[in-house]
Every structure is written in structure tokens, then in C-alpha cells.
Design a protein around this ligand. Sequence first.
Ligand code: HEM
Length: 180
Amino acid sequence: MYGMTHRALRQMMIDRLGPSAWAKVERETATGPADLISLCVYDDSKTIALISASAARLGMEVDEALRIFGRYWVRFAELSSFGPIMDFTGQDLVTFINNLDRMHRSVVLAMPDARVPSFTLIEETRERLLVRYRSDRTGLEAFVIGLLEGLMDRLNETGTAKLVGHTNGAVDFAIQLDRN
Ligand code: HEM
């Protein structure tokens, strides 16, 4: 993945545990400044190694760390040069999710080697959204849950996101909103 992801993880770890915890993650994974260049692409194994070492420092399972990282990513992206793109993507969950593929396509203009996922809103009621996720990667389901939670935070919604099933290589997530 792009180094922007590694930088986001570093920031999250420094926010949570301070710089010395991140320094340990770097030592354990033989990571240096050359692995943290926003616009460089690294093998996914590097990204996974950094997340695993961070999870151990946080005292969490890898999936829990992926989830909090997904939630953090939304705030990190807001403060990055992509912030304005997020504003255009939507001010409510339905619009945002419907425009997410377009948003990732504009990310790809800046980061041509990004392998971005695809999201489709397949069912919508006032209280529940069903979102289909397709990716050529596996194992990032907990990250998706965190991202959906991060989107709820951003768009002033409360509720839960959970994996509800697999369909033809895609993964379905339900967002249950607290709306009365
Ligand atoms: C402005 C906000 C965002 C930016 C700049 C952004 C950008 C990116 C970038 C650069 C990658 C890495 C691709 C690669 O290096 O190959 C990525 C991956 C990903 N993005 Fe986004 N993204 C944003 C918001 C979101 C949101 C809101 C969601 C979901 C609700 C999302 C879902 C994902 C997922 C699941 C991946 C992992 C790759 C995969 O599944 O194959 N992103 N995104």
C-alpha cells in the first residue's frame, strides 16, 4: 500500500501511545524513513507487519487494531490534501457511500498504483444500510468496519457496522443506525 497508510498508522500510534511505542514498532519491523514516504508504494506485507506489531503494542488482536485504524483513517484523510474531496463526496451516509467509488477514482489520479476497493449500497431503509464491498485483497474486513464507523462519526450518525455475509467474492456489511 501507499506510504500514506503507514504514516496514518504512525500518527495513530503516536496519538495513542506516544513516540516511543512507535519507535519500538519501527525497530521490530525494520522500518525506517524510506518506508514512510506518502507517495511511494510498498508491498502489502510491509503494511500488515506494521499493523501486527502495532496491535501487539496496543494489546489488541490484529482485527481490533485494524478496526480502530479504519476509524482513525477517516479523520486522518480529512486533514490530508484529500479533505476537500471528502467534502464533495457527501454530507450524509447514503450519498457518501454512493459516491465512494468516484472518490477512490480521484484518489487513483493522484496515486496511480493504488488498488482501491469498490462499495455498492444495495439496500437502504431509514435505519439500516446494506453495503457490498469488493476488493482484490482479503483480510481487511475489520478495517472496513472501522472505516464505516469513522464515516458515521464524520457525518454525525451513531450506530453499528457489522459483517453480515459473503456473496460471490464480495462481503456485505450492515450499518444499523440509531434513529428514532
Ligand atoms: C478521502 C478519504 C479516503 C482516501 C484519501 C482514501 C484513499 C485510499 C488509499 C490511498 C488506499 C490504499 C490503496 C493502495 O495503496 O493500494 C485506500 C484503500 C482502501 N480504502 Fe480508501 N480512502 C478514503 C476513504 C475511504 C472510505 C471512507 C472507505 C470506506 C468506507 C474506504 C475504504 C478503503 C478500503 C477498504 C481500502 C483497502 C484496500 C482494499 O480493500 O483493497 N476508503 N483508500
